[in-house]
Design a binder for this molecule. Structure first.
Ligand SMILES: Nc1ncnc2c1ncn2[C@@H]1O[C@H](COP(=O)(O)OP(=O)(O)OP(=O)(O)O)[C@@H](O)[C@H]1O
Ligand SMILES: [Mg+2]
Length: 361
């Protein structure tokens, strides 16, 4: 684990008047770069050659470091280059998708906005559960063994990204049938079955609130909400039930994009308190707790109960719906505030107050 002292040592060699904001060129990079530029920072994209067209059409990257694969971020040469450019890295979903938690916490010697320790909490469903329960959030029930299934469950495969291969089951028998099918089709190894995470399926709508935990401002801000647009689950309702049964569809959750939401105002107090409480709990489990953006993944039922099934302690791609502004960012800041810019503003304020050490790890 790279210590905060080691990061402080790197920062001592930085020219804090010339910080650059860098990230992997995918996920929410445009959001981050636009915000950085609006706050007067230079930007650095670690980019795949095949994606360079993005920066031709949207000229937001001052420096582009080309790689074949995002895991090259760990290469000494690239890390040196990033430090040379006085880069603060902004982690997003592609960091954990292309690098392991250990690689990020132990081998990435570039200051990152955020708390690296929380990655260990985020990467593990049991720890996440502990964290979110500690914050007093309502979670879906989980089932230790398939035999315990007594309601509709969502079966989450180990290590699956973006809900790939998840399936629903309503009884131990239905579960076994689906598992056998998947093993037969080579989608699942026999050894993986015991590691399938069984979670109560919450009937309701998906709501993903975005927050920003400001160390400099000592506050948790509520900046936007989105829902995901997932293929194929979001289209299943367009097929009549009869055909659904005939072709035996299983919902899949491949994310294609995000859709902005405004919420019933009566839901805001609880969602805002949930954000505050998650930050409070994070300070106990991994001081100084969440630094910067985070997002909850929730389902809200028809009796307006809010169930949280996941947390991301970093910027999420759903905040891209707020590039420019979102209703909630507008309510707080007026025009032109969004997650990418809020991140840059935090860094700018930290530089001003000589507190950069407090927001990077
Ligand atoms: N308990 C639940 N009840 C109802 N729907 C759920 C539940 N858990 C997950 N889902 C649905 O399944 C989708 C994928 O679940 P989840 O977010 O756990 O997968 P993931 O692998 O973490 O994906 P990602 O990394 O993209 O967030 C969610 O977006 C949501 O639509
Ligand atoms: Mg998720």
């Amino acid at each position: 684990m790279i210590t905060r002292e080691e990061i402080a040592e790197i920062l001592r060699k930085y020219d804090l008047g010339k910080l650059a904001i860098g990230t992997l060129g995918s996920h929410s990079a445009l959001n981050i770069f636009k915000g950085a530029k609006e706050e007067g920072f230079k930007t650095v994209s670690i980019c795949k050659k095949s994606d360079a067209i993005i920066y031709k059409k949207f000229p937001l990257a001052d420096e582009i470091i080309f790689v074949e694969n995002f895991s090259e971020l760990l290469k000494d040469k690239i890390q040196e280059k990033l430090r040379e450019l006085n880069t603060v890295l902004i982690p997003h979903g592609s960091f954990t998708a292309y690098l392991s938690t250990e690689e990020i916490t132990d081998r990435l010697y570039v200051p990152m906005l955020g708390n690296r320790q929380l990655l260990h909490w985020e990467a593990d469903r049991e720890r996440q559960k502990k964290w979110l329960s500690k914050a007093g959030l309502k979670l879906p029930r989980t089932f230790k063994k398939p035999e315990e299934i007594d309601t509709l469950v969502i079966a989450k495969l180990p290590g699956a990204k973006g809900g790939k291969g998840y399936f629903l089951a309503n009884s131990p028998k239905a579960f076994q049938k689906k598992v056998n099918e998947m093993i037969k089709r080579g989608l699942l190894g026999k050894g993986d079955v015991a590691r399938i995470h069984l979670q109560e399926y919450i009937l309701g709508v998906n709501v993903y609130p975005h927050y920003f935990s400001s160390i400099i401002g000592n506050d948790v801000e509520f900046l936007g909400v989105d829902r995901r647009y997932e293929s194929a689950v979001d289209t299943i309702g367009r097929i009549p039930a009869e055909e659904q049964l005939e072709i035996g569809i299983n919902p899949t959750y491949t994310i294609v994009g995000n859709i902005p939401i405004t919420l019933r105002e009566s839901l805001l107090p609880e969602l805002i308190r949930m954000g505050d409480n998650v930050v409070k709990a994070s300070k106990e489990i991994a001081p100084p707790g969440i630094i910067g953006p985070f997002c909850l993944e929730t389902v809200i039922t028809d009796s307006l109960e809010i169930y949280t099934f996941e947390i991301s302690a970093r910027i999420v791609a759903g905040t891209n719906v707020g590039i420019g502004t979102s209703p909630y960012a507008y309510l707080r800041y007026g025009e032109k505030m969004y997650m990418g810019r809020r991140i840059a503003l935090e860094i700018k304020n930290a530089v001003k107050e000589k507190r950069v050490n407090e927001i990077v790890t």
